[in-house]
Design a protein around this ligand. Structure first.
Ligand SMILES: NC(=O)c1ccc[n+]([C@@H]2O[C@H](COP(=O)([O-])OP(=O)(O)OC[C@H]3O[C@@H](n4cnc5c(N)ncnc54)[C@H](O)[C@@H]3O)[C@@H](O)[C@H]2O)c1
Ligand SMILES: O=c1ccn([C@@H]2O[C@H](COP(=O)(O)OP(=O)(O)O[C@H]3O[C@H](CO)[C@H](O)[C@H](O)[C@H]3O)[C@@H](O)[C@H]2O)c(=O)[nH]1
Length: 327
């Protein structure tokens, strides 16, 4: 019988790509999503249960019906700016919601969970590149809402059979190399889709948030990791837990940082057109530089990114952007 996995947030960007990878690895993903920020047509590889992770009765019913062997927990709100203006929304949805999910998992006897954490839990890191032992000192409510879930999972793991892997992604980017899925956030706030839309004439000129950072060219440096590589890491984390692996936290990044100016140059090189842009003030809550040390993912999961060169990221994201606009 096919092993089922409950995928909260499976109608979203990273969750939907992971559902595809799960099917390819022989699992059946059961998406559990409120559709608050996700899209029904991104759920293509297994059934959809429409429900909120904060709704215990609907969760219990889904777990009883599908009897999953594990939970992959993506469901969350993920806008740093929104978390600053409406922190209670983030603690309610991301932290209390995760607690309800953990309690439902314990009641259903589930002992494996993979959690979408983030490099935003490190805040302004004390050292670069960032390894997993770098102190977590988030500088916004979004990062804090996620760090709290990591802490809950560690404590629950020490007191119960529920083991978990917190995957701390750096900047998710790109689209399914076969063109079936891509990035759909509404509103879109991420650099790559906005810059690509600007280059292709599908959106306004890019506003670059700050050129006075303490980086070589003054713009922020980030570690962009292809969504297909993130999906692969989730399947590996699931295998790790199936093999009896203990609760842990693992960075998922490429290990290479790109400044915004370097990203604009890469887009121009790959697409052959410039990115119309202007420089504006800094965006509150943005650390100058975030780059992963991703050795632990290699050692523990055998994970090596295969799609995260900047050319593949830009090319796959641009293919998706064109398709969205029928261009
Ligand atoms: N995109 C990134 O660069 C990035 C980086 C680090 C971590 N993350 C984390 O990865 C996860 C997925 O991110 P994404 O970019 O795919 O986001 P997304 O918004 O595309 O997907 C999130 C999904 O969760 C669903 N959801 C939200 N709250 C819910 C709730 N209470 N109950 C049920 N469903 C709910 C939404 O409807 C959506 O389908 C999130 O937890 C996010 O914090 C994302
Ligand atoms: O229109 C834009 C959008 C972004 N940026 C800059 O581009 C860089 C990347 O910004 P993104 O919004 O694409 O991503 P973040 O680095 O803010 O990512 C943060 O938010 C994500 C959630 O959406 C993840 O959780 C991630 O771990 C967390 O660091 C930042 O310096 C940002 O200021 C611009 O200059 N102009």
């Amino acid at each position: 019988m096919t092993r089922k996995v409950l995928v909260t947030g499976g109608a979203g960007y990273i969750g939907s790509h992971t559902c595809k990878a799960l099917v390819q690895a022989g699992y059946l993903p059961v998406t559990y999503d409120s559709l608050a920020r996700g899209f029904k047509d991104a759920v293509r590889y297994g059934p959809l249960v429409v429900g909120d992770i904060g709704d215990r009765a609907t969760l219990d019913a889904a777990l009883a019906e599908h009897q999953p062997i594990a939970i992959l927990h993506f469901a969350a709100l993920a806008y740093v700016g929104e978390s600053v203006t409406d922190p209670a929304l983030y603690y309610r949805n991301n932290t209390t919601g995760a607690l309800t999910l953990i309690e439902a998992a314990l009641a259903a006897g589930i002992d494996k969970l993979v959690f979408s954490s983030t490099c935003a839990t490190y805040g302004v890191p004390q050292r670069l590149p960032i390894d997993e032992d770098t102190p977590q000192a988030p500088i916004n409510p979004y990062g804090r809402s996620k760090r709290m879930v990591e802490q809950m999972l560690q404590d629950v793991g020490a007191a119960s059979p529920l083991r978990s892997v917190a995957l701390r992604y750096f900047n998710a980017s790109g689209a399914d190399p076969e063109g079936e899925l891509g990035e759909n956030h509404d509103p879109e706030t991420h650099l790559l889709p906005l810059a690509i839309d600007a280059a292709l004439g599908l959106g306004p000129a890019l506003q670059v948030f700050g050129n006075d950072y303490p980086t070589p060219d003054g713009t922020c440096i980030r570690d962009y990791i292809h969504v297909a590589d993130l999906a692969d890491a989730h399947v590996r984390a699931l295998t790790y837990l199936e093999n009896g692996g203990a609760t842990t936290a693992i960075n998922l990044g490429s290990g290479t940082g790109f400044s915004i100016r370097e990203i604009l140059t890469a887009i121009e090189t790959v697409l052959g057109v410039p990115v119309p842009h202007q420089f504006g003030p800094r965006r509150p809550g943005d650390p100058p530089s975030l780059v992963a040390l991703a050795e632990k993912a290699k050692d523990v999961l055998g994970w090596v990114p295969k799609h995260s060169d900047i050319e593949t990221i830009v090319r796959t994201a641009a293919t998706w952007a064109r398709r969205q606009h029928n261009r």
